[in-house]
Design a protein around this ligand. Structure first.
Ligand SMILES: Cc1ncc(COP(=O)(O)O)c(C=O)c1O
Length: 390
């Protein structure tokens, strides 16, 4: 028996939801089924809403310190979910992971330095360093037999002494890979030897499917631990992105002191009332919700995959090992990227992410967010099938 109703269609229009309320601006029309930005259309766990409402009812929202219970809940969660022992002093609140990436770039690099990314990858990995006028170096992932791999030989050949940071997406968005321990050890070895600090963005780490197991980058070896900054958050996991509740974990003293002094100097490490309440509740009271959500997402992935295989075999789903983002390989449609996007938007009335925004290797792909009720996905698939049969 399920305790939560993930089939419920919740109307998000008019709530300033990015997913629904900027369609006209972004896609040129607003009569679309919205399956793009990475949050889910499910209600967040009731325990979180109740805790927030409870706190809100106190009606006095003055300056708030970081409760020990909040920090403890993160330490326990990371141990319980990912088997990684972290210390209280390694932790800091950050006001978002994308912002965290910007802070690391600002704190650890100069204008002439380079940042390495592995496209196709979450687009802010390219946008943020570029806006900070750092050069981005691509080490493209390789797609082989429906699965993305890191090309570590190529990495060795593209990096030089100006490369100061590598941004790792662990698990990977949009490719859906949960990296293996060996892959992470090998990556850590190269980055350590070449003096490249690794930012490991682990925002999707709690949403792993089936037999896959998330492995925190910093936990794989001493070289990884001593040369990395890990970012995590309950935001994707429990659908609370709007609350802003990310945090960083840094085992190495020198890196930690430098980065946390940087944050402190602008009070960027100070959380807020509802981040503390939501994070602690998420990590202590929402296991059942998460278990059911992951299972529902997995069934959605299967639904989309089966639908495509039966009805639209030219479009292939890369099955994600984690999270709710399905990378659709549309190359067999033989369309230009402009035609492909227009097919989805204007013919099928669907708002997905244009694969080309994820950089090299993204052309010919679209990213589908399946964190929606199955009936919505069924409608979306039917729309696509009809659009293609025209
Ligand atoms: C890999 C990855 N990192 C970071 C974010 C955003 O994190 P934040 O809202 O904490 O900046 C996303 C959101 O889609 C993401 O997919």
């Amino acid at each position: 028996m399920s305790e939560f109703n993930f089939d419920e269609v919740v109307d998000r229009k008019g709530t300033n939801a990015l997913k629904t309320d900027v369609l006209k601006e972004r896609y040129g029309r607003d009569d679309l089924i919205s399956l793009w930005v990475a949050d889910m259309d499910f209600l967040s766990p009731p325990a979180i809403s109740e805790a927030i409402i409870d706190r809100a009812k106190h009606c006095l929202y003055g300056y708030t310190c970081t409760p020990k219970e909040y920090t403890d809940s993160i330490i326990n969660w990371v141990k319980r979910s990912h088997g990684w022992d972290i210390k209280q002093e390694w932790l800091s609140f950050i006001p978002g992971i994308v912002k965290g990436i910007a802070f690391v770039i600002d704190c650890f690099t100069e204008k002439q330095d380079k940042v390495v990314i592995q496209p196709p990858v979450y687009h802010p990995f390219r946008i943020i360093p570029t806006l900070h006028r750092r050069t981005v170096v691509d080490n493209p992932l390789v797609l082989s037999a429906g699965k993305y791999e890191m090309d570590l030989e190529n990495l060795k050949s593209v990096i030089d002494d100006s490369c100061k940071i590598l941004i790792l997406c662990n698990p990977h968005n949009p490719g859906g890979r949960v990296w293996t321990k060996q892959e992470l050890i090998d990556l850590a070895e190269i980055c350590y030897e070449r003096n490249i600090l690794v930012i490991s963005d682990e925002i999707h780490s709690d949403l792993v499917h089936q037999e896959n197991k998330h492995i925190p980058f910093a936990s794989v070896s001493e070289k990884a631990a001593q040369n990395s900054i890990t970012f995590m958050a309950p935001s994707k996991t429990f659908n609370i992105a709007g609350i802003v509740s990310s945090y960083s974990i840094i085992p190495n003293d020198k890196i930690r002191n430098r980065f946390y002094n940087y944050l402190k100097s602008s009070e960027l490490d100070e959380g807020h009332i509802f981040a503390y309440v939501a994070t602690q509740t998420a990590y202590e009271k929402c296991d059942n919700w998460l278990k059911e959500a992951v299972e529902y997402i997995w069934q959605n992935i299967q639904f989309v995959d089966n639908y495509l295989k039966t009805n639209i075999p030219q479009v292939k789903a890369i099955i994600p090992q984690a999270s709710y983002l399905v990378w659709l390989d549309c190359r067999e449609l033989n369309l230009t990227q402009e035609q492909l996007v227009s097919l989805f938007v204007n013919d099928a009335k669907l708002a997905l992410n244009d694969g080309s925004m994820f950089g090299q290797g993204g052309t010919g792909f679209m990213r589908l967010n399946v964190g929606s009720p199955r009936s919505v996905l069924a409608q979306a698939m039917d729309n696509l099938k009809k659009a293609l049969s025209k």
